[in-house]
Design a protein around this ligand. Sequence first.
Ligand SMILES: Cc1ncc(COP(=O)(O)O)c(C=O)c1O
Length: 404
Amino acid sequence: MPKKRIYLDYAATTPVDKRVMKAMTPYFSEKFGNPSSVHIFGQEASKAVEKAREKIAVFFNCSPTEIIFTSGATESNNLAIKGAVKKFYTEPKNKGIKPRLITDSIEHSCVLNTCRSLEKEGLAEVVYIAPNKEGIIQIKDIAAAINENTLLVSIMYVNNEIGTIQPIATIGKFLEKENANRKRKILFHTDATQAVNYLDCDVEKLGVDLLSLSGHKIYGPKGVGALYVKKGTLLTRIQDGGEQERKMRAGTHNVPAIVGLGKALELVMKEKSKIAIKTEKLRDYLIARVLKEIPQSYLNGSAKKRIPNNANFRFDNVEGEGLLLSLDLEGIAVSTGSACASRSLEPSHVLLALGLKHEQAHGSLRLTLGKTTTRKEIDLVVNKLKVIIERLRKISGDVLKSFQ
Ligand SMILES: Cc1ncc(COP(=O)(O)O)c(C=O)c1O
């Protein structure tokens, strides 16, 4: 009989909720119109897109006109950052000035690489703030990085590898005060991709101008996301084409996926608090068992300021890749870090930024829980993990001995 598989990689992606799928289904063939078309087919599709936009606006406590649909958080982050920089260069008052961007060194690669490419093209100067040992960004470091040319601060809400929660609302308040005395407003962007399932994402309370999200992390479909753009925030679009999304994002709307995103957020809103409590309990149980029963195991990142579904462990004298593959053979899916970087042999930039040595970063494993994860699954995983770690440590110990 095939082994029952256990998925503990919900930070990489989530399955589409059946209720989301049901909402999406008619828009593949029955109601297939292009929302930009004038006729009845187009109107039907356009209505569905606008309804989804309204649901999203309710979730983020903003106006529907402040939501731009994209293909996911990668695109939203690109649009937010490149769009702000591009706009900066269209304004005559900025002639001869290079804008400064402030971000941090544990951002997702789509933010880091966006910043790096702007730097490389000579379009922006970027300050990458290091987190403290717990994986938290300090406001004093943001304050110290600000200069008169600062255009934008981009700090993620929740880190995708270690699950640490950044003080977004406090940074928002700090920037609001800072902006009161400045000629040039500093824009505040947050990548909320990993936060939406569990945290308050009210944009008013967070004090953000720009916020990115993705469908597939919240039991919605892949290939869809959105960018919240506060009214009055000026961006220049980064993709040329049609006039969709009030000329901010060209390309035919992915109607089924947009409908799915709206439904997914509606469900998160209804079910979030209950799921967060249950998940956090299970996650704490997982952490407690691992730290107690597996020698030389440690938790990466703050234990307290942490999203309810994330556990990221460091196991000394063992290779994370070996662990991952051994668990995979047992039907257990986990990861060593971000899914986007999983084919790279480089240690995680997030773990290195916490001050871990290369070999410590290589011995780390991320387990992320989902809304259907059970205690029985957690028990099974911990039991397997104990046996596998013991075996791998013994093998590497034997190899070392053979060289002595
Ligand atoms: C924090 C964070 N930002 C951005 C992304 C990219 O999202 P998408 O897959 O929607 O482009 C991810 C997903 O891996 C993520 O975890």
